[in-house]
Design a protein around this ligand. Sequence first.
Ligand code: AMP
Ligand code: MN
Ligand code: MN
Ligand code: MN
Length: 282
Amino acid sequence: MSASHDLHCHSTASDGHLTPAAVVHRAADQGVTTLALTDHDTVAGLGDAQAAASTAGIRLIAGLELSVLWQGRTFHVVGLGVDSGEPGLQDGLARMQRARQERGEAIGERLERAGLSGAREGAREAAGTAEITRAHYARWLVESGNVRGYEEAFKRYLRRGRVGYVHGDWVAMEEGIEWIRRAGGIAVLAHPLGYDLTGAWIRRTLDAFTAAGGEAMEVACGTSPEPRQVQQLGGWCRRYALLASSGSDFHGPGHPSREIGGAPALPADLPSVLEALPERGG
Ligand code: AMP
Ligand code: MN
Ligand code: MN
Ligand code: MN
């Protein structure tokens, strides 16, 4: 039942609940044989994950999930098979981490001003050594009893249009894809149904994404796992002649995301991004 690969998940290097090593061991326990760790805007967890993967006897693909801007909106591009030490990528990620720090502060200020005292400190603590994401604010909002669950935290405070929403100063999509490609990786459009877009806008996004050098898209996502969603995504994947990727978007046991290895299966006729990865030294 469980897929043997999972090409999208998070650790404490960004907004996951488990350390990189614990993510790898959990993946191995779930029967995953090829895993990509794809933390938000960082490759900091990959060293520990690789060491754990060697011990656990599974294949680790060096990945990340880049926040990018296109047409004034945020999209996520997963990079797979990157050389994480490549200088251009390193510089780019340092810039992203600074953008996250500033945005993390700004979110805190807005929430505190709205009467949620302790928000900034709470998110800082939830993030540990990682840079702050909205997921850390969500965790604090839940733990401090201000909301009943993650969904409510986003609905009431953190999503676009709410008091705690601050637009990130992310890299432009074209440049972000270039960072991934120059580091030898494959750029994958993450969870295309996760942006609240009409079909026409998803096609426009895919036009721009492929024109900029994007080569793959997620078709089997933990966040849109229904058969008709996989079918719809598969249709776009064929039409744009992209490679197909799949991943759970696992964030940890205490989080509403899917279990690691828990993405649905890819339609059998689609070319898997995995087949292109060994050629890149992934
Ligand atoms: P950020 O990149 O800082 O904007 O944070 C985005 C992260 O927040 C995502 O990667 C998810 O982990 C989490 N997230 C966003 N929306 C939701 C939601 N509706 N429910 C649960 N988690 C969410
Ligand atoms: Mn996340
Ligand atoms: Mn994402
Ligand atoms: Mn993700």
